[in-house]
Write a protein that binds this ligand. Structure first.
Ligand SMILES: Nc1nc2c(ncn2[C@@H]2O[C@H](COP(=O)(O)OP(=O)(O)OP(=O)(O)O)[C@@H](O)[C@H]2O)c(=O)[nH]1
Ligand SMILES: [Mg+2]
Length: 460
């Protein structure tokens, strides 16, 4: 990957997916965006000082001076529309030009090459959004929401990302930071008038603010699992003894004949996964090898994979045949378990056990009950809350927010037990606020930006 080129360069990239399509959008951003555009576009008075936000129809062509391809010089590439944005009123905050060309690999590649000959350099992944962040057009949470929105596969994840893009996470962070900043100002203010050792701001006041911060951070940290589920989908693992009907149920839930079903025990040897969209969420189902004590060699490898999958599940479906005694996987993973009794059609007088689901994939009876039970488990994951607040936390957020919470707790303990002077309180508070600033993007490092923007595609 090419390294980030600094903000002085003018970059170019295809903003729409590569391949055939009705339109392709090629985007330029940087101080020379208008000059580059004027060298490759001819139409209705369009020049190097174009009217902002007015689309102009014309001819996109190779630059007149194209030393590497003299035979192309000035040749037309496409009929296109050009739309200029004058910084700071653009996505990146810089001068931006968008060309709307005909879709298709050749046209967009030629448009990009022409812009490069005219002085632009190729953008790296996420460079437009990175520039938007560096120019103060987006917070870090908003920039991350852009990536989440692009990658969103479900209605819930798209809704949560768009709310975060509109400032959801920033609002939550501000609510946490504001009282702490006020307290910091208060203790720092008191230092101007008195001796360092002295305590002026009442301890009860400090404790009240710290408690409020800890509580708000706790609530935010609790939403981290929801962020992962929104991003990666809800992983449901079907596990149980061989032949209980795991693959049959997996196929029935997916409404697709994906996994091999057979009356020989030990049919499934490997984890088979399938995705499905339901109630605004993505579910990832995993069919697994049946668990038994004396498996063959290959089966044993499959069983190891079953346990790994169970350990990583969000919801475990523990299957056993109705009316038969069998070991279950309850308690094997950290995730909630739904007990499922299968082959209900073979036991005509079967009655359900409270808290479990009785079903038959042969007749289809009980499948609705199973989804209701899964929905009840999912309701505990706070997805709705994350969506409505616009907070999609990732590992980075979780790590930072938890350590800020722990630091606040330590400070609280200190204030409560040892009554430190205002100067100590002030210095600890400002380091905690620095940590919170790394989540909001007030404080950032090159390394942090590298990690965040590598998730983006080129052209965003
Ligand atoms: N009568 C009846 N038979 C079922 C039902 N579900 C599955 N079966 C049968 O049970 C046998 C085993 O089904 P599978 O779905 O392959 O079971 P499994 O748990 O995936 O088995 P392994 O992959 O060997 O661990 C097959 O012959 C299925 O047709 C059901 O609801 N009713
Ligand atoms: Mg199977």
């Amino acid at each position: 990957m090419e390294s980030f080129d600094g903000q002085e360069s003018t970059v170019v990239a295809l903003a729409t997916p590569a391949g055939e399509g009705g339109l392709a959008v090629v985007r330029l951003s940087g101080p020379d965006a208008f000059q580059v555009a004027a060298r490759v576009f001819e139409g209705d008075g369009f020049g190097s000082n174009p009217e902002a936000r007015r689309a102009v129809y014309g001819i996109l062509h190779w630059p007149e001076s194209a030393p590497t391809s003299p035979n192309k010089a000035g040749c037309a590439i496409d009929q296109a529309l050009v739309l200029p944005f004058k910084g700071p009123h653009s996505y990146t905050g810089e001068d931006v030009v968008e060309f709307f060309c005909h879709g298709g690999r050749m046209v967009s590649q030629a448009a990009i090459s022409a812009c490069r000959m005219a002085g632009a350099v190729p953008a790296v992944a996420g460079e437009f959004t990175r520039r938007a962040f560096l120019n103060g057009k987006l917070s870090l949470g908003q920039a991350e929401a852009v990536a989440d929105l692009i990658h969103a596969e479900s209605e819930h994840s798209a809704r949560a990302a768009v709310r975060q893009l509109l400032g959801g996470l920033d609002d939550q962070l501000r609510e946490i930071e504001k009282p702490l900043l006020d307290l910091l100002a208060h203790v720092e203010g008191s230092l101007e008038f008195v001796d360092e050792e002295e305590i002026v701001v009442p301890r009860s006041e400090i404790l009240r603010v710290l408690d409020g911060g800890i509580e708000r951070l706790d609530r935010l940290v609790e939403m981290a699992p929801a962020g992962r589920l929104l991003r990666d989908g809800i992983h449901v693992v079907l596990a149980g003894a061989p032949n209980v009907g795991k693959s049959s149920l997996f196929n029935a839930m997916l409404e697709d004949d994906r996994a091999i079903v057979d009356d020989e025990a030990g049919t499934t040897r490997d984890v088979i996964s399938g995705r499905l969209h339901r109630a605004g969420s993505v579910f990832v189902l995993h069919d697994t090898a049946g668990l038994r004590d004396d498996p063959g060699r290959v089966e044993e490898l499959g069983i190891e994979r079953t346990w790994r999958q169970v350990a990583e599940a969000d919801v475990i479906l523990s299957l056993q045949v109705a009316g038969e005694k069998a070991p279950t996987v309850a308690g094997a993973g950290a995730a909630p378990v739904v007990s499922v009794f299968t082959k209900a059609d073979l036991v005509p007088d079967a009655t359900g056990v409270p808290g479990s689901v009785l079903l038959s994939t042969t007749s289809g009876a009980g499948l609705d009950d199973l989804w209701r039970a899964i929905d009840a488990v999912v309701a505990g994951f706070q997805l709705e809350e994350a969506v409505s607040l616009g907070v999609v936390l990732n590992e980075r957020h979780l790590h930072k927010l938890s350590s800020c919470r722990d630091d606040l707790q330590r400070l609280r303990h200190e204030v409560d037990l040892h009554q430190p002077g205002d100067e100590v309180v002030g210095s600890l508070l400002s380091s905690i606020l620095g940590g919170l600033g790394e989540v909001s993007g007030r404080v950032f490092t090159e390394h942090l930006l590298e990690n965040i923007f590598q998730r983006f595609c080129v052209g965003k």
